[in-house]
Design a protein. Structure first.
Length: 260
């Protein structure tokens, strides 16, 4: 893991372009192309759709992605082994987020949008796996720019994938006769179990856990206020995720891995 690897210019440029696509795609409606993602989401809103304020998290996520793109391109990072490991997966993850925004703004939350967002999630989970297994201590810049940004993105895309799939069911008329609070609650619990397992397998990753709980709070702020089953599901899922984080961070080596 300590062997120096000279990163290609192609990888560094591709990461910059991926972030340009990731962020730039969201501005298309302002230029007169497509419909805003918020309007698309409202057209297929389900009980699992988070409260609107939750999406403010995209501001810090976009900022972190932009800082990552600029920092990784600096001459001093050409031989960074961590960046070499996650470089191409990050290109896939970030560009797919932009592609998802483009597709959704023109075609709504269909099954294809779910496949796109799941592709981004798979790439993010691959990055998370590499961050967990990385042997040498992270530098301060790596910890702030890489581990926090991609852990947060992985958590948010985990929640967003679940929301997208539920919206797909509505769009395609599978859930069109009622709110289905028990089904929604079951989906939330399954999502919580998946997230808790991800946290447990990632050495108690606090950034993943906290961002996923942010999504749960936003789901509870909408569907949870209407149906007790959804509120209970959010509580159970949150406790599972925070419990996995607490157990993982009891280990001093894990705390050192994430906090230094």
């Amino acid at each position: 893991m300590s062997t120096s690897t000279h990163r290609s210019a192609a990888q560094r440029i591709a990461i910059i372009l991926a972030v340009v696509i990731q962020i730039g795609a969201t501005f298309l409606p302002q230029l007169g192309f497509g419909e805003p993602i918020g309007e698309r989401s409202d057209s297929v809103r389900t009980l699992i759709t988070p409260a609107g304020w939750a999406f403010a998290i995209w501001g810090p996520l976009f900022f972190g992605s932009a800082v990552y793109a600029i920092w990784q391109a600096l001459p001093g990072q050409r031989d960074n082994t961590l960046l070499e490991l996650i470089g191409w997966p990050s290109v896939l993850a970030l560009s797919m987020q932009g592609l998802w925004a483009i597709y959704t703004q023109f075609a709504n939350l269909t099954a294809i949008s779910a496949l796109i967002i799941l592709t981004s999630l798979v790439a993010l989970l691959d990055i998370l796996r590499k961050l967990v297994a990385f042997e040498r201590p992270f530098s301060r810049a790596e910890r702030i720019i890489v581990t926090i940004t991609f852990s947060a993105l992985a958590a948010w895309l985990t929640a967003a994938s679940i929301v997208n799939i539920s919206a797909v069911l509505v769009f395609h008329g599978i859930f069109d006769d009622g709110p289905y609070p028990l089904v929604t609650a079951a989906i939330v619990v399954v999502g919580g179990v998946i997230a808790a397992l991800a946290v447990a397998r990632s050495r108690g990753n606090p950034w993943y856990a906290l961002v996923f709980c942010w999504a749960l709070l936003a789901i509870n702020a909408k569907g949870g206020q209407e149906y007790g089953a959804i509120a209970l599901a959010c509580l159970v899922s949150g406790l599972l995720v925070l419990g996995a984080m607490a157990v993982g961070l009891k280990d001093r080596a894990n705390r050192h891995h994430w906090f230094g």
